[in-house]
Write a protein that binds this ligand. Structure first.
Ligand SMILES: [Zn+2]
Length: 211
């Protein structure tokens, strides 16, 4: 689809269907308990528009229409045929991540290992010499990878600024302290793989490092 094409409800619901499937998967992993976490997919690059999971719903039970469209600030953009659902409060950070990194999809989950690792290593989580690093585009040997940890905030602009300061283009994930994990990729499948690998790497780091 060209960037100038008008955004249609069909395009939005296609994305919504993919977001629902991935949300159900992450819910099954225990990473989206309650109604926590949110996923997004870029549906237009210029101007930037994201389809993002709607707020307050069980992420294991989403349908293709449980989706909102937001702009680069995370504010709702009306699309004909799409009900104006409330997007996640964190949609603004999704948009900031997509704008800065060029990602096509962003995953945010409240995975316990990410929160524990952020608590243990508030200045960033060092990972090296483990095969699964290849799953996030890094090397299995002699490559020092730092997953940044940023302080939490309810203000998405502030959180976005912290993300921008901490962002390393080589590392497609960031931990928000006492909160959860953001990970991203060129599309939703890639973002899923990155999320799964990062969560595994954080669990591994916690498991092999004596307290
Ligand atoms: Zn969250």
């Amino acid at each position: 689809m060209g960037t100038q094409d008008r955004l249609t409800a069909g395009r939005v619901f296609e994305a919504g269907g993919r977001l629902a499937v991935e949300s159900a998967r992450f819910t099954a992993f225990g990473w989206m308990r309650g109604t926590s976490g949110n996923l997004s997919e870029v549906v237009s690059r210029d101007p930037l528009r994201l389809a993002v999971t709607a707020s307050g719903l069980d992420k294991g039970e989403l349908t293709a229409s449980d989706v909102a469209v937001v702009d680069e600030a995370g504010d709702v953009v009306p699309v004909e045929g799409v009900a104006p659902l409330t997007p996640s409060a964190e949609a603004g950070l999704h948009a900031r991540v997509a704008a800065l990194t060029g990602a096509g999809a962003v995953v945010h989950v409240h995975a316990l290992n990410a929160v524990v690792a952020g608590h243990r290593w508030p200045d960033g989580v060092l990972l090296r010499d483990v095969e699964t690093l290849k799953g996030i585009g890094r090397l299995a040997h002699d490559d020092e990878v730092i997953v940044p940890v940023i302080r939490n905030s309810q203000d998405m602009t502030e959180l976005g600024d912290r993300f921008e300061s901490a962002y390393d283009p080589r590392t497609p994930a960031v931990i928000v302290a006492s909160h959860g994990l953001y990970a991203w990729g060129s599309d939703l499948t890639r973002a899923r793989h990155v999320t799964e690998c990062v969560e595994w790497l954080l669990a591994y780091a916690l498991a092999v490092t004596p307290a």
